[in-house]
Ligand binder design. Structure first.
Ligand code: TXA
Ligand code: MG
Length: 336
């Protein structure tokens, strides 16, 4: 077993069976999922759930997502399983979708931060599935990063983030690259109302078409309606150095001259790193967190994200949301 050395440090990734053994004995373990790596713990043990929060320095008001490996398991965690949940789960599970539904008493208040709802996801990554099945119960797992920082999309990111104090199973680079789409569902006889609490890679159009067979009126509340998931704090996903988001029009109006940025911010940054995003939103999501980390290495002292016209549209919502929250500075074109 690659268990921690005498200093309590995991020198390298651990195996699936080591991870399962640690989870069973009530420890936290980082596991790969298709979105980002998660810091997992079994849901039946209050003290290890507490350890998730303390390991991440996460405030207890920010609830966790419970990860399952079947719809039947998800149903046991909820009080209601409306038709909308069934249609969405059938279409997107296993995958990057989290459903928020009224919780059953099985789910500890620590997991939900005292809310009467629980967030549930069935991840697609085969290693996540194998670990949860071998453990024999769901795991609660937030992204495996310190609170407020950039999420990890590789085992190395996790080892670096926690300096080896957390064991991690290496499942390769994450295929999706940004966190799951979180939907809260409420349903009546005639209407399904879906609130997008966090954008991901699943678009409102896709959600609508999946719910159409219900024959009910579909209402989709998109982010921006002042609707926020608890814990979706304004500043999040932040790399080690500041990020500046600047509109393409303004950047071009300034002749792409970096000194203009320093004048506008009254700052003295010397080594900007321009974030390179693919033109394909799928690829851009996959690479986003690695790019932010790469761009943070010395001697860079500022990451610049030029927000282009091509970043419009539903497929970019999740990526732009992460970048806006990761940004300390926002420069937008004004018309005055
Ligand atoms: O893709 C993902 O969702 C990743 C992987 C590991 O599964 N997990 C993840 O977890 O992003 P985390 O903890 O970084 O973000 C979960 C967010 C919380 O910040 C909170 O906003 C929301 O989920 N959430 C959890 N329970 C909720 C609830 N009952 N009601 C509303 N929002 C909730
Ligand atoms: Mg997170």
């Amino acid at each position: 077993m690659t268990l921690p050395n005498h200093a309590g440090i995991f020198p390298e990734p651990i195996t699936i069976s080591e991870a399962v053994a640690l989870l069973k004995k009530g420890d936290v373990v980082a596991i790969p999922t298709e979105t980002v790596y998660g810091l997992a713990a079994k849901i039946s043990d209050e003290s290890v759930i507490r350890k998730i929060f303390t390991t991440k320095n996460r405030p207890f008001f920010d609830p966790l997502i419970v990860h399952v490996t079947s719809i039947a398991e998800a149903k046991k965690l909820t009080q209601l399983w409306p038709q909308g949940a069934q249609l969405l789960a059938d279409a997107f599970w296993p995958g990057p979708l989290t459903l928020v539904l009224p919780k059953s008493p099985v789910v500890h208040d620590l997991i939900t931060s005292g809310l009467d709802t629980v967030a549930i996801r069935w991840p697609r990554h085969p290693i996540a599935q194998e670990i949860i099945r071998a453990l024999g119960e769901p795991v609660a797992a937030p992204s495996a990063n310190k609170f407020g920082r950039t999420s990890p999309t590789s085992a190395k990111h996790v080892l670096d983030e926690f300096e080896g104090i957390v064991g991690v199973v290496d499942g390769g680079p994450c295929e999706v690259g940004i966190e799951s789409t979180i939907l809260k569902i409420s349903e009546t006889e005639s209407q399904i109302s879906v609130t997008v609490l966090r954008s991901g890679t699943i678009t409102p159009e896709q959600i609508k078409s999946v719910l159409a067979p219900s024959q009910k009126t579909i209402e989709i509340l998109k982010p921006g309606h002042n609707i926020e998931a608890p814990g979706q704090v304004k500043h999040h996903y932040m790399p080690a150095i500041p990020v500046l988001s600047i509109d393409q029009d303004l950047w071009e109006a300034w002749g792409k001259q970096f000194h203009q940025i320093n004048s506008a911010l009254h700052s003295n940054f010397k080594n900007p790193c321009f974030l390179k995003l693919s033109e394909s939103p799928e690829q851009a999501a996959r690479e986003l967190y690695s790019q932010l980390r790469l761009c943070s290495s010395p001697p860079s002292d500022l990451i610049i994200f030029v927000k282009k016209h091509s970043h419009q549209g539903d497929h970019w919502l999740g990526i732009i949301d992460r970048l806006q929250r990761a940004s300390t500075y926002h420069l937008v074109q004004t018309n005055d």
